[in-house]
Design a protein around this ligand. Structure first.
Ligand SMILES: [Zn+2]
Ligand SMILES: [Zn+2]
Length: 264
């Protein structure tokens, strides 16, 4: 059975500084789910848990108290509305959510690819080779973390934040990773039970670029990984475009229902 677009597990609300959009409310997110027949959505605002250790000034206000302003989430019988967060990994490989505090959230996504936060997530001034090494290393650091993988996903693993020196530079970093290195990562991901996020702007890429961007996902599928869709919407306009964004990803990378990551 063909994979159905019936969920969106990566959505920001007004509480994320990169949204700051007063109209991007939990109610608006629920309405997006209802309008598109989605049965599961998650609000995943940016988050860093101070009990884990030092963070950048940007993350400092983004604690549990701040994210809890979304609670209680509006409810509807047709939709499972998950309270989630998008946390990060610092330069040393610490995940920004203490194991004990995973209970606060229904679902957690960890970004290993926020390379734009130089000095916090990655060192400044990396060479292309160093960038590639960090890209690979951070997946292994996630896999080596003691966290509940069954309720955790890996956010936007091929996004343009990996290298913003040009709009397409991130593809070159992905190209530098060998098939074997990706097999090693994703066979570990499949064993761990972590979800793999599909969050690809298919329309940004020409055919060759898209095929290069999809290579890690193809390998992840071969390894038996499970996938969830995440639009990473920050604004109401993103929510309007999310159905097209997510269904075009499924057209480019066909999956079966059995490949779906489901939070228990
Ligand atoms: Zn992100
Ligand atoms: Zn995000």
């Amino acid at each position: 059975m063909k994979y159905i677009y019936d969920h969106d597990m990566h959505i920001h609300s007004r509480l994320s500084p990169c949204s700051g959009d007063e109209n991007q409310t939990p109610r608006r997110i629920l309405d997006y789910a209802l309008a598109n027949g989605l049965t599961t959505v998650a609000v995943t605002d940016h988050f860093w848990d101070p009990s884990v250790g030092e963070c950048s000034n940007w993350y400092k206000p983004l604690n549990i108290e701040h994210l809890s302003k979304s609670l209680p989430l509006p409810q509807d019988d047709k939709v499972r509305f998950l309270f989630g967060c998008e946390t990060d990994m610092d330069m040393k490989g610490n995940i920004g959510l203490a194991k004990d505090n995973f209970d606060v959230f229904d679902f957690v996504i960890v970004s290993t690819t926020h390379f734009h936060m130089e000095g916090f997530t990655v060192p400044a001034g990396m060479t292309k080779e160093e960038r590639k090494e960090r890209y690979v290393r951070r997946f292994h650091q996630l896999l080596n973390s003691d966290i509940p993988f069954h309720k955790t996903g890996i956010a936007h693993l091929t996004c343009n934040l990996i290298d913003r020196s040009s709009q397409k530079a991130h593809i070159e970093t992905v190209d530098m990773v060998s098939d074997n290195e990706f097999y090693e990562i994703f066979c570990g991901v499949a064993r761990s039970g972590l979800g793999v996020e599909l969050n690809i702007y298919v329309n940004w890429y020409n055919g060759d670029e898209l095929s290069r961007v999809l290579r890690p996902y193809r390998i992840a599928k071969e390894c038996g990984c499970k996938f969830y869709l995440g639009s990473d919407s920050h604004h109401n306009t993103n929510l309007l475009n999310a159905p097209q964004k997510l269904t075009s990803t499924l057209d480019a990378f066909p999956l079966e229902e059995k490949d779906k990551f489901i939070v228990k």
